[in-house]
Design a protein around this ligand. Sequence first.
Ligand SMILES: [Zn+2]
Length: 157
Amino acid sequence: MDDLRIGFGEDAHRLAEGRPLVLGGVPIPEAPRGAVAHSDGDALLHAVTDALLSAWALGDIGAHFPDTDPAHAGADSAALLRAALDTALAAAGGLRPQQVSAVVTLDRPKLGPHRAAISASLAALLDLPLDRVGITFKTSEGLAPDHLQARAVVLWG
Ligand SMILES: [Zn+2]
């Protein structure tokens, strides 16, 4: 059955001072700490990118964009997502992403004020209407205060 596909992705980064925080392609300027990463550390976009690839059994972000490759140092995760989307679309036989559902876990800052901007950014990257982009913000309840985590599911149809 090739008229429906689903992909799941997950990503996590450690938080450190002196790093910018970017989520879903949106800078979070009031964040006290940002993600430690070879790229810009955008865990939400990395989870969505893995979900796009996973739906078509195309491996993962690390296989397509190795973090040992200096060409990807400080990489714009939105550009990586679009490249992965193009790769997946080439395998998709005319199917397209129909919906994305994601969870971001971060203790500070509260991300609610950025929901509209993050949703709009993700919708634009995936060419989806806003009502097909669901993002949930969670805290770790203090269990992982030094940790940024994102999970995402993308449905293709
Ligand atoms: Zn990542």
